[in-house]
Design a protein around this ligand. Structure first.
Ligand SMILES: O=C(O)c1ccccc1N[C@@H]1O[C@H](COP(=O)(O)O)[C@@H](O)[C@H]1O
Length: 218
């Protein structure tokens, strides 16, 4: 079974090359000034130009208003928008219709009570990103290298929309995460970095190889 990998938080052309060479199917660009992976519009446009055809370019935003999304979508050629804040289902629908791009909504999970959020967004988003809920008071709502208990997703693989697993994934644990959750798509940021905002090409290659070698229950 093919596993699709998204490598998120790319900031340099060599990171794009590393993701492409490794076989990533998605690359993510972060537009959130508090993140060490934040990109200016000019840098994002230049990086997007380095992405080979066939790899989806995803813009990650956090509670972005229309002005910011207008600026991003006008400046950068994109294939998907990732909403990683507290956007409501109505806001997800609004973004989809305003920009004509598929929308992936991130859902933070810490315990079983959080799983109902997944059902709330499954009818409106094109994809879901199931990530660890950030710790109280965290500066970043994602990209913290924090995992949740993957067993919470065991046997829950029948959502009607495609979904990705994220949060604290590394080359060492991604195969186990896929096996426990049945994920067919995985997303990684800090787990393949040499330093915040700088990917390590070897770790990126190891991550994709480990994900592709995983045997999930389906
Ligand atoms: O990566 C960031 O800086 C970031 C900032 C704000 C929101 C989300 C962010 N990253 C997303 O979080 C997941 C998990 O990250 P990690 O692998 O645990 O470091 C990542 O894949 C991004 O989609």
């Amino acid at each position: 079974m093919a596993i699709a990998v998204k490598v998120c938080g790319l900031t340099r052309p060599e990171d794009v090359l590393a993701a492409a060479n490794a076989g990533a199917r998605y690359v993510g660009f972060v537009f959130f000034p508090k993140s060490p992976r934040h990109l200016s519009l000019d840098d994002a446009r230049a990086l997007a130009g380095e992405v080979p055809v066939g790899i989806a370019k995803v813009a990650l935003t956090v509670d972005a208003d229309d002005a910011l999304l207008d600026a991003i979508t006008e400046a950068v050629p994109l294939d998907m928008v990732q909403l990683h804040g507290h956007e409501t289902p109505d806001r997800v629908a609004e973004v989809r219709s305003r920009y004509g791009l598929p929308v992936m909504k991130a859902i933070g999970v810490r315990d079983a009570a959080d799983l109902s959020e997944i059902d709330r967004y499954a009818g409106v988003a094109d994809q879901l990103l199931i990530d660890a809920k950030p710790p109280e008071g965290a500066v970043l709502p994602g990209g913290n290298g924090l995992a949740f208990d993957w067993r919470l997703l065991s046997g829950r693989k029948y959502w009607t929309v495609p979904w990705m697993l994220a949060g604290g994934l590394t080359p060492d644990n991604v195969a186990e995460a896929i096996r426990l959750t049945g994920a067919r798509q995985v997303d990684v940021s800090s787990g393949v970095e040499a330093a915040p905002g700088r990917k390590d090409a070897e770790r990126v290659a190891q991550f994709v190889a480990s994900a592709e070698s995983a045997h999930s229950p389906s």
